[in-house]
Design a protein around this ligand. Structure first.
Ligand code: ADP
Length: 459
């Protein structure tokens, strides 16, 4: 081999259509750049690297692909590194080309016509099969093509790629994505790292859709309404269409949720990764839906199972980054006191969803209750006496509805303004100390605390 490795630096030559796969522990840092003298280009999950620029990685499992071949210089010690010859990238590129054709057709239509709506693709499959990665690749390619994709993350249990974990979110991308960070989740716009507009965020406060299907569906509906109204104001985004990432759907029981999402977002294509069985189920389910195409896609051999501690570390890092930023954009959160007896204070909690869901199931309905009264069960308002140390180290969503007059229905469906982190609850003094990304009082908005993400120490 002609590579020159020293203790601190490795050189790796990637041939055309190969990729360099690497893993970096959450406690470690690795820097990678394309060798300045090297011809050729490379990309990380769809976003092109610029030659000679060092990119820093921490706590990730990732890959740098080259269509042309090139030489990489790696500084630091990845816990895993190798070059892979076989990748599904050409299939993914073909999918992108097929979507591009539909976008061309959409942008030919008058803006008001239905046809002006670009393709809306839903990515589904078991855990760790590359759904989020493909979402990044398709987003990166369409941005490079000058498009403006609207990306929707419905995976409330994951890292929260556009916001903090526990949320579903959407954002329209009009500029290049951040190589090190993918989509980026900071609350404030860092010029290099952040998509065009602030993301739309709804806080589910639950780990999986199944742990509160009724609430999850409600938020999906709110999100689809909000997304459609944004698209109506932005013809370029409308022409480009949607790229929708999902939680892991692997068994029959999820069929109902998938159909729900397909209907709410008027999905036109379902791409199934990593499960022949799910693919066949989808083929059958949508056989009579002429507007929906189902395709099967190969999973990359580079996809790795992330064990629970790694996933937890990624979630914690995402929350930490929301408040403190990263090396490129450091943020300094403020410590703010919140008084429970203030007239503008209202803390709500996501209710144990199994109870809420059982009650929404009509067969369990007590006589005399109708469905509308049961929606009240998904969130409940806490009285100051109920607020104790169990809320320490959790995040709290600041909703868009006012604290004063919002009822359970408004709180249950409201979008999010931002997040707080509870540092300390003083039960006796009836107040708590929270971290806030912005200075000054906490706005007089309803606050919502959930079951997910689980508590963590922010230091
Ligand atoms: P899913 O969304 O289906 O759960 P991800 O797209 O998050 O799966 O992929 C699982 C893990 O594998 C992630 O850490 C991702 O960065 C990693 N990964 C995906 N593709 C590759 C690849 N080609 N090489 C190395 N790691 C990869």
């Amino acid at each position: 081999s002609d590579s020159i490795d020293t203790a601190a630096s490795l050189e790796r030559e990637i041939k055309p259509f190969q990729e360099f796969r690497f893993e970096v522990a959450p406690t470690n840092t690795v820097t990678i750049k394309i060798k300045t003298e090297s011809p050729g280009t490379a990309e990380l999950f769809g976003t092109e690297l610029s030659r000679g620029t060092p990119y820093t990685f921490t706590g990730c499992k990732s890959a740098i692909y080259s269509w042309t071949g090139c030489t990489l210089i790696i500084e630091g010690s990845p816990s895993v590194e190798y070059i892979a010859e076989e990748t599904p990238m050409s299939t993914y590129l073909n999918l992108h080309i097929a979507l591009e054709k539909l976008r061309f057709a959409a942008s030919d239509c008058p803006p008001t016509a239905d046809g002006a709506q670009g393709p809306r693709i839903l990515l589904i499959g078991p855990p760790d099969v590359g759904k989020t990665t493909l979402c990044k690749i398709l987003t990166g390619y369409s941005i490079r093509q000058g498009r403006k994709p609207m990306v929707i993350n419905l995976d409330n249990g994951g890292e929260g790629i556009l916001s903090v974990p526990g949320t579903i979110s959407a954002a329209s991308f009009g500029s290049v994505m951040d190589v090190e960070d993918g989509f980026g989740n900071s609350p404030m716009s860092a010029p290099s790292a952040i998509p065009v507009k602030l993301p739309l965020v709804y806080y589910s406060g639950l780990e999986t859709p199944e742990s509160g299907a009724a609430r999850y569906k409600k938020l999906v509906t709110r999100m689809s309404v909000a997304v459609n109204s944004r698209l109506e104001e932005d013809i370029e985004s409308k022409n480009t269409g949607l790229i929708i990432d999902t939680p892991s759907f692997e068994n029959q029981a999820n069929g109902d949720l998938i159909s729900y999402i397909v209907a709410e977002f008027s999905v036109t294509a379902i791409a199934v990764l990593g499960s022949e069985r799910l693919y066949n189920t989808m083929l059958k389910s949508f056989a009579t839906s002429p507007g929906v195409t189902v395709v099967k896609l190969p999973t990359s051999g580079g996809c790795v199972d992330r064990d629970p501690p790694f996933k937890k570390a990624c979630r914690d890092a995402a929350v930490k980054k929301y408040f403190f930023g990263d090396e490129k954009c450091t943020l300094s959160p403020y410590t703010v006191t919140v008084e429970f007896d203030s007239p503008t204070f209202a803390l709500w909690e996501v209710v144990d969803s199994t109870i809420a869901d059982a009650k929404t199931n009509l067969s369990f309905l007590p006589i005399g209750e109708d469905e509308s009264s049961l929606q009240l069960e998904e969130v409940k308002r806490l009285s100051p006496g109920d607020i104790d140390s169990r809320f320490e180290n959790l995040i709290v969503a600041v909703l868009q509805v006012d604290a004063k007059d919002a009822g359970a229905k408004e709180v249950g469906e409201s979008a999010v303004l931002g997040f707080l982190y509870v540092q300390e609850v003083d039960e006796k003094a009836r107040r708590m100390k929270v971290l806030s990304p912005v200075p000054g009082r906490v706005p007089a908005k309803a606050l919502l605390v959930g079951k997910w993400p689980e508590g963590m120490f922010l230091t």
